[in-house]
Design a protein around this ligand. Sequence first.
Ligand code: PCA
Length: 211
Amino acid sequence: MTTVLLTGFEPFGGDAANPSGEAVHLVASRWSGPEVLITAVLPVTFAGAGARLRELVAEHRPDVVIAAGLAGGRAAIGVERVAVNLLDARIPDNDGDQPVDVPSAPGAPAAHFATLPVKEIARRITAGGIPAEVSYSAGTFVCNHVFFTALEAAASRTRAGFVHVPWSSEHAPSSDAATLPILQIVEALEIAVRTSLDVTEDAAVPAGTLH
Ligand code: PCA
């Protein structure tokens, strides 16, 4: 049985809501298979999030792992391509921990690439009328840590990656914040999952940035 693990996060940094956590609940409630979908909402803690993700991967042995998180201020869905082996927290996590300049996984390589078809995912989300792009930095906070952990923990047959989402329109922190309706965030994650299951060769199109 093909299994997908899709995770989101709890609220953090003073926000009342985290659209990534809300969206994975909604994806689960709409899921009709035929693959098994496992969803979880991770704590926004360096100590807890990576460990929980490792447990979920060990328990369910997923074929696809997609972790999602909030990138407040971004206007588009960001399909992350690069996870760095670095924790450099600009704010404390929900435990009050603020690691600076320590590795996500001591002894591991400096970076890992997502093993999802990131360009095709961004292309299909955009084709669905939802703004999306390939992103080349997932930051250095808990999301990047979970992204790096997913790529360390995943079996070689497993495809793993990370999707950053904007604030939801329903819980915008201010009236001029960049947002997307939560239903578009849900649809974007569904497209990311479906594309990861169906597409083995990524699209050979340019998606990089000039700076
Ligand atoms: N976003 C944060 C951590 C949890 C989340 O949803 C990040 O981008 O690191």
